[in-house]
Design a protein around this ligand. Structure first.
Ligand code: UDP
Ligand code: MG
Length: 324
């Protein structure tokens, strides 16, 4: 009996990508249809789009029954969209990619070949991103530098969400239940010493539309990532407290000597105001840091489902899958 081909799932997260999904699928087929050593399923995760992304994916499914659609009931964000796709993927290997063609399908055959040769994780390294400005790149560089200084888990810079994972690691990642998740961070946490391959690529400009990450959203993601992978800010709060306490003692000694030994009482108002404001600011910063962590605990302890979605497989078969 001929051996059954292994299945590769391609998980594509799409939020308002109506003009990209059709072209992406065309390019996927162009690059993958000639591979006959594996079978494919294409899981398009519609992350609560308000445009015609879902309808366009349905149209793709009508022509290609390997297309599956995970329709999230609202916009849950890129990390959750990838999680949802991963939950529904049945493949022996899962490839994650963006819908905007910044992750060129032309690299997928190489990923699969490396997997077939025994690599269990194939990561990509983005040499350049034609869609971002110099300032954005500088901010990203600073963020990764800071994150890696603060965190024990080293997170690779320029490692986009374009990767292949063997089923073994997909199942392992499914064990992470946190709401607030950064895939590349989780992956760095589990990254083995061997059986990992890297592919270099240059990300072209988006095919259509604009990046969904504006500056505020990127900053929020950066702060969240630091909070997820490090408790160092809390320690910094303690250090700040210690440093200001030390400064207060030095100032106290100075005033004491001036007053009792040099008989030169320090005029107080300005000094007091500055000290009070400085201490107030330090206390508020520390409270803010603690508050950020308490907020995270508050969200995580509720253990809410990560998302709510419909899964649409070919021939209009539709089954609800909630509360994953
Ligand atoms: N995306 C998503 N949900 C979101 C934001 C983005 O599924 O809330 C998808 C988006 O459609 C794209 C991918 O995540 O396929 C990466 O987003 P984008 O291209 O905007 O990010 P950038 O490449 O600029 O970092
Ligand atoms: Mg993009």
């Amino acid at each position: 009996m001929p051996q059954k081909n292994k299945l590769v799932s391609i998980v594509i997260s799409a939020y308002n990508e109506e003009n990209n999904v059709t072209e992406l699928h065309k390019q996927l087929r162009k690059n993958l249809d000639y591979l006959n050593s594996v079978d494919f399923e294409f899981i398009y995760v519609d992350d609560g789009s308000s445009d015609k992304t879902y309808e366009n994916c349905m149209a793709l499914q009508k022509k290609d029954e390997r297309v599956k659609i995970v329709q999230l009931k609202r916009n849950f964000g890129h990390e959750i969209a990838m999680t949802a796709g991963m939950d529904y993927a049945k493949g022996d290997a899962v490839i994650f990619m963006d819908a905007d063609l910044q992750h060129p399908p032309v690299y997928i055959p190489q990923m699969i070949e490396l997997w077939q040769q025994g690599k269990e994780i194939v990561l990509t390294k983005r040499l350049d991103n034609k869609d971002t400005s110099g300032l954005y790149k500088l901010c990203a560089k600073t963020f990764y530098w800071l994150l890696n200084k603060l965190s024990d888990t080293k997170i690779m810079e320029s490692a986009p969400d374009f990767r292949l994972l063997d089923r073994k690691y997909v199942d392992f990642l499914k064990g992470f239940n946190e709401q607030d998740r950064l895939f590349r961070g989780l992956l760095s946490w589990i990254l083995p010493q061997e059986n990992v391959a890297y592919i270099d690529f240059v990300a072209p400009q988006r095919f259509s539309g604009e990046s969904k990450y504006n500056f505020a959203k990127s900053l929020r993601l950066a702060i969240n990532s630091i909070l997820q992978f490090s408790v160092m800010p809390l320690r910094i709060a303690t250090y700040l407290g210690l440093i200001t306490a030390f400064m207060a003692v030095v100032l106290g000694l100075y005033v004491f000597v001036e007053h009792f030994f040099l008989h030169n009482p320090t005029p107080g108002y300005a000094t007091i105001m500055v000290s009070v404001m400085f201490l107030g600011a330090v206390q508020l910063i520390c409270l803010g840091i603690i508050g950020e962590y308490i907020g995270k605990i508050h969200i995580e302890v509720k253990k809410r489902p990560l998302y709510m979605a419909d899964y649409v497989a070919a021939k209009g078969k539709k089954r609800d899958k909630k509360d994953i």
